[in-house]
Design a protein around this ligand. Structure first.
Ligand code: ZN
Length: 180
């Protein structure tokens, strides 16, 4: 297991368009990409993230990993089993928007209210080079848009429509979390 260092906003790698992964290289048993994907998963878990994109560990290639299971930052969402996506592309982004408070391991300590499409179509490959194509809605659709944005050199700040809804985590908990 290896936990990689997470790149933070200001590092130019986060603003680059990531390179497509060669599928032959991906599935080459002597290659290093499978180990790299394992390291990305370890890093995501260690940092308590719901997703991680390769540029966030300083590698400008099109790989993202996701996993969600009872994360205290997102207590009420549906679980997402651990998934690695290679060369993911989103299409058919719905006009219908949902607003959610996002955070990012590269913008540690910030939360921001971000509008996202409620539904997307995902095309990608899994870590073994098998094609994935599916319609995604709900929390997973939001996480996908956030992570795949990283492969285009974008962070959630770029998607915010109202910067008055940008907050530190502690102030978010104090002023913005709805209490019953
Ligand atoms: Zn992020």
């Amino acid at each position: 297991m290896a936990v990689l260092k997470v790149t933070k906003l200001g590092n130019p790698v986060l603003r680059q368009v990531a390179k497509e992964v060669d599928l032959q290289e991906l599935t080459d048993p002597k290659g290093e990409l499978q180990g790299f994907i394992d390291d990305m998963i370890d890093t995501m878990r260690e940092e308590d993230g719901v997703g991680l994109a390769a540029p966030q560990v300083n590698r400008s290639i099109q790989v993202v990993v996701l996993e969600y299971d009872d994360n205290e930052r997102y207590p009420e969402e549906t679980p997402i089993p651990v998934t690695a996506l290679i060369n993911p592309v989103l299409s058919e982004l719905s006009e219908e928007r949902v607003q959610g408070w996002e955070s990012c391991l590269s913008l540690i300590d910030f939360r921001g209210l971000v509008p996202r499409s409620a539904s997307v179509r995902l095309k990608a490959y899994d870590r073994y080079g098998k094609k994935i194509e599916k319609q995604v809605t709900g929390f997973e659709a939001v996480v996908l848009q956030h992570e795949i944005d990283h492969l285009q050199g974008k962070v959630f700040l770029d998607r915010m429509e109202d910067l008055t809804k940008l907050s530190y985590q502690a102030e978010f908990e104090e002023f913005w979390v709805k209490r019953d």
